[in-house]
Write a protein that binds this ligand. Structure first.
Ligand code: MN
Length: 254
């Protein structure tokens, strides 16, 4: 779309949001926590849920049809995707979803499609670009901080330190934020092109951003801002969705 297209100022941006398959009651269903679509709609964009695809070539067509990509939380990623032997602590995986989301990242990267990655999404973004994961924080990175305390989805349970001047710090307006936490894995070796810009007090990576050059807006957080922004109260996390949607609404840089 060209910036002079009259539709560009009136039509909300279309956001592809990755979902998964889950079988219950002997039926295979598409599943996505509703908070993601609510957060995207509240930020003024149109949510389009993308299930695991049987034809990976469709991933590029979906990115071509959308203005932004949200990678969401969920299953563990197959360790062979980052060249590791599977540890016994790895939980449910979904190879179809891994393949689909990696194809979505590749398409988004090559088209400079703005990408916002959350929880598993941060890990998937890192793996898709060549990074690796801590397969299980409690056993491989033991410490007093519990990253998966199983409390309310909106409970802010640990601090995050954010690099001054980073995209995350600029959006959030702070270099320290208390966040919710529902993960037993984390980014380990950071992929080339990404950099860590937020950390928990135990050193676990809580934020990743694409480089310095600004050719691709890609931001990832390990916490769950979508759960924090759907209530009525103003929270800094809302600025993450606002900026993502603003980028998605802007002209592509490709
Ligand atoms: Mn955490």
């Amino acid at each position: 779309m060209s910036p002079t297209d009259p539709a560009s100022s009136t039509r909300p941006p279309r956001i592809a949001i990755s979902g998964t398959f889950h079988t219950d009651d002997n039926r295979r269903r598409v599943r996505l926590n509703a908070a993601y679509v609510e957060a995207i709609e509240r930020a003024g964009a149109l949510p389009f849920v993308v299930p695991p695809l049987s034809r990976l070539a469709h991933a590029a067509a979906i990115i071509d049809a959308c203005d932004g990509l949200v990678l969401t939380g969920g299953e563990d990623i197959e360790p062979d995707r980052y060249g590791a032997a599977r540890d016994a602590t790895v939980e449910e995986t979904n190879p179809e979803r891994d393949a689909t989301e990696i194809a979505l990242v590749e398409a988004a990267r090559s088209r400079a499609c703005p990408t916002f990655a959350i929880c598993r999404g941060l890990q998937l973004l890192n793996v898709a670009l060549g990074g690796s994961l801590v397969q299980d924080i409690p056993s491989q990175h033991p410490g007093p901080l519990d990253h998966d305390p199983k409390g309310p989805r909106t409970a802010r349970v640990h601090e995050v330190d954010i690099e001054a001047g980073s995209a995350l710090a600029r959006m959030l307006g702070t270099t320290r934020l208390r966040v919710n936490s529902f993960h037993h894995q984390a980014a380990d070796r950071v992929a080339e092109g990404l950099r860590a810009t937020a950390w928990a007090p135990d050193g676990i990576i809580e934020g990743l951003e694409w480089g310095e050059s600004g050719d691709w807006w890609a931001v990832a957080v390990q916490w769950h801002p979508e759960e924090l922004v759907i209530g009525p109260e103003p929270v800094p996390d809302r600025s993450l969705f606002a900026e993502f949607v603003r980028r998605a609404a802007g002209p592509r840089r490709d």
